[in-house]
Design a protein around this ligand. Structure first.
Ligand SMILES: [Zn+2]
Length: 378
């Protein structure tokens, strides 16, 4: 059977950027994640295939070899580093690519207990908490540390837990059912302890039925530069606790919101600024101060500047979250046409109507509509 194309597996085009490849992998990994498709062998195969494709395409050297030679590049011990034809097991995938889920809000990833049996009883994980954090463009440009107050459920002091008597601490009960094919035995989550293997032994006054109590906590979140609206960051272990001595805490999912800026508009990593100048300034030229995410900068408007001209301030946009450098700030020059004029001005412009200098002559303009602004920031 011919091996499927790696780009196809990740659902991306051949000229996808590293960010797109990562996104593609993340999408497939979530779609086929075993937690979402328990017992589905085909999903598991697809999950492994996606990991294999990502292993190659996320590595510059391997990707170059694959682009040139295809799958042949990695046959005959070509060295994909442990893949050798899909021999990667699930634990490898998680230890290698676990971070792909980092931004995910997909509760329970990598929290241990994956796949049941092999590692003994699955540890129970507390539920995730979600909060929204609003950031200014300035904060997005530099990255920022935010302190947020969260109300988590934690184990109440004085709560003690004992091994569950229904399942003897295994977290699972065996159920025997009679079917037309005979007696079938199947394991299911223990109804008493909900898989924790432990139940509450001593419940202190303030604790709820699970032995937990609410606690307000200040959590510090490091937000990297370049985040976008809707990005989710995960703070491990700052969600709700779960009952039991072996339970692990859930995570805090931080959803990024972007505050509207007074003068700057964001488009990916580029920023746009609408500059209005008056008629005389367009004709005579002028220096103008404009907003950037790192403070004001002075730009020079050349004499004879056309309305609609775009000045590009290279690198004055936002950083890319993947560290591929900064975007640009595009200054759109708009010439303000006065809507009321005096009698003298009217006379003046009546005369200029037929003046040769006032006659539009677009063919004389620069070919490029974009003008690179020389470094005059200080
Ligand atoms: Zn139990």
């Amino acid at each position: 059977m011919a091996k499927q194309d790696f780009y196809e597996i990740l659902g991306v085009s051949k000229n996808a950027t590293p960010a797109e490849i990562k996104k593609g992998y993340r999408k497939m990994a979530i779609k086929y994640h075993p937690d979402k498709n328990p017992g589905d062998k085909e999903a598991e195969e697809n999950f492994k295939k996606a990991a294999e494709a990502y292993e190659i395409l996320s590595d510059e050297n391997k990707k170059a070899r694959y682009d040139q030679y295809g799958h042949a590049a990695f046959e005959n011990g070509g060295g994909t580093g442990g893949f050798g034809g899909g021999g990667m097991n699930m634990d490898d995938i998680f230890s290698q690519f676990g971070d792909i889920f980092g931004g995910g809000g997909f509760g329970g990833f990598g929290g241990g207990g994956f796949g049941g049996g092999s590692r003994g009883r699955a540890r129970v994980k507390g539920s995730n908490l979600r909060i929204r954090v609003k950031l200014t463009l300035e904060e997005i440009a530099s990255g920022v540390e935010k302190k947020v107050k969260v109300r988590r459920k934690v184990k109440a002091s004085g709560s003690t837990f004992k091994s569950c008597s229904t399942c003897n601490g295994s977290g699972q009960v065996m159920r025997v059912t009679n079917t037309i094919l005979g007696r079938m035995q199947s394991a299911s989550t223990c109804p008493t302890c909900h898989g924790a293997g432990e139940t509450l032994d001593k419940r202190p006054k303030n604790a709820d039925a699970q032995g937990l109590e609410p606690k307000e906590e200040t959590v510090s979140i490091k937000i990297p530069a370049g985040v976008t609206e809707g990005v989710q960051l995960k703070v491990n272990g700052k969600g709700n606790s779960a009952p039991g001595n072996n339970a692990v805490d859930g995570d805090l999912i931080v959803v990024i919101e972007e505050a509207k800026h007074d003068t700057l508009k964001r488009e990916g990593t580029n920023l746009h600024y609408d500059l209005y100048i008056n008629f005389s300034e367009a004709i005579l030229g002028i220096d103008k101060n404009i907003d950037t995410v790192t403070g004001k900068v002075k730009i020079k408007i050349e004499p004879g500047t056309q309305s609609g001209k775009i000045l590009r301030l290279r690198g004055k946009g936002l950083p890319s979250i993947d560290h591929y450098g900064n975007g640009d700030l595009l200054v759109h020059v708009n010439v303000w046409t006065p809507q009321q004029i005096s009698k003298e001005q009217k006379e003046f412009f009546e005369r200029m109507k037929t003046d040769e200098n006032f006659t539009p002559n677009p063919s004389k303009l620069d070919k490029s509509f974009f003008e690179k602004v020389k470094d005059m920031f200080s």
